[in-house]
Design a protein around this ligand. Structure first.
Ligand SMILES: *Cc1c(COP(=O)(O)O)cnc(C)c1O
Length: 400
């Protein structure tokens, strides 16, 4: 009998009981809007912002309606607008170029290296084209952040970090999101803490913080923020920033606060699953694993590998073989994008750009989630099925 797997790759853990109780208290209060506060009460959203700022060691934090909106707010705070070009990863998720398009700017794609990080040589080559880099730590793979920040400094690039997949991760001990001028995170269901939708922007720059808060829809109520700059900073910007509403409400904040306390534990749990799966796949026929650098403190909520020697039809057969045994894999090389696997070639609102090296890398890239509802034994089962199906697909080469 062939081994199969019956777990769900999209099943999250339940929301903690403490978060459910906090959400109930907000519902009973009737005060869901972040600025609807009783005197002296900072509110769930204000407290969440302060707690997240403390967690990553940032001066200022703004909670908003989505991670994609946080990216957009970062660009608006920096004054990026129509006609500007913004460098970003060719390998990222659609909300990243979407945030650039939302402010009327144009994405210029920087290629991916073999380990799925931004290609730093391509970044050097393209740095003169823009003054902002929206760096996406796609699928949690951190590039050499010391080198990246050197390049940014040399070329006068301001950096916005997209940490949708790296909340809880670090480079040389510094939290992801704390290298650039702005760090953005998502609290959407598939990310590292779960409020359905939501996001954060962090920065140490008082002017960027004030501008982002005003843009997010603070009216003249910005004084109710906790992790925010002083009135005099807002006074410089309050008449010039449009209100582009996308605040976070107290209900989502209430759900998130107890989850922050679990983040470090959950990161350890994801990493244990990642390493268990990696151990099963090490040395498997045709599978090229991603090398993780020693300086990276990973938060591996997903797993990637490549099948560089397989033809497209072999990869398609491999993916179908795994699916038939209950292992749901995403292939970035499929002709038409499905679910979350769109790549830069599919974002046709931006000018066409050719990145043949990145195409080659993505054409053999396989991606999967590692939800915490999977046990170590579950990921080992998944690993054996993948190994088995890769072996089968590899022998189909020899038979040809
Ligand atoms: C999910 C995601 C975002 C945006 O998050 P939303 O909260 O869904 O808007 C940004 N970048 C990457 C790489 C993501 O995966």
């Amino acid at each position: 009998m062939q081994e199969t797997f019956s777990g769900s790759f999209t099943q999250q853990e339940p929301i903690p009981e403490a978060a459910i109780a906090a959400a109930e208290a907000v519902l009973r209060s009737g005060r869901l809007h972040r600025y609807n506060l009783t005197p002296g009460d900072p509110g769930e959203t204000g407290l969440l912002e302060q707690e997240f700022a403390d967690l990553v060691g940032a001066r200022y934090c703004l909670a908003v309606a989505s991670g994609g909106y946080a990216l957009q707010a970062g660009l608006r705070a920096m004054g990026v607008g129509p006609g500007d070009r913004v460098l970003t990863n060719a390998f990222t998720l659609a909300p990243v170029p979407g945030a650039i398009a939302a402010v009327g700017a144009t994405p210029v794609y920087v290629g991916s290296d073999e380990e799925l990080r931004i290609d730093l040589d391509d970044l050097v080559a393209k740095a003169p084209l823009a003054s902002v880099l929206m760096l996406s730590h796609m699928r949690g793979h951190l590039c050499d952040m010391d080198r990246l920040m050197e390049i940014a400094q040399e070329h006068g690039l301001r950096v916005i970090e997209d940490c949708a997949h790296t909340m809880g991760a670090s480079w040389s001990g510094t939290p992801s999101g704390r290298f650039g001028a702005v760090g953005c995170y998502s609290t959407q269901t598939y990310k590292h803490i779960n409020s359905g939708e939501g996001g954060f922007l962090v920065t140490d720059d008082a002017d960027l913080a004030a501008r982002a808060i005003l843009v997010s829809g603070s009216y003249m109520l910005y004084g109710r923020h906790v992790a925010a700059p002083d009135e005099e900073v807002f006074a410089r910007h309050k008449m010039t920033m449009p209100n582009i509403s996308a605040r976070m409400d107290h209900l989502r904040a209430a759900i998130l606060r107890p989850q922050l306390a679990l983040l470090a534990r959950n990161v350890r749990e994801w990493n244990a699953r990642y390493r268990a799966l990696e151990a099963v796949l090490t040395g498997s026929n045709g599978i090229r694993l991603i090398q993780r650098p020693a300086k990276e403190g990973m938060a591996a909520s997903s797993f990637q590998f490549r099948l560089p020697d397989f033809r497209a039809d072999q990869i398609a057969g491999f993916v179908a073989g795994c699916a038939a045994r209950g292992v749901e894999l995403k292939w970035f090389g499929a002709k038409d994008p499905v679910a979350f696997t769109a790549t830069y070639r599919h974002w046709q609102y931006a000018p066409e750009q050719a990145l043949p090296e990145t195409d080659r890398i993505l054409s053999s890239l396989i991606d999967m989630r590692l939800p915490l509802t999977f046990s170590i034994a579950d990921v080992e089962t998944i690993g054996r099925i993948i190994r088995d199906e890769a072996g089968r697909a590899a022998t189909s080469v020899a038979a040809e």
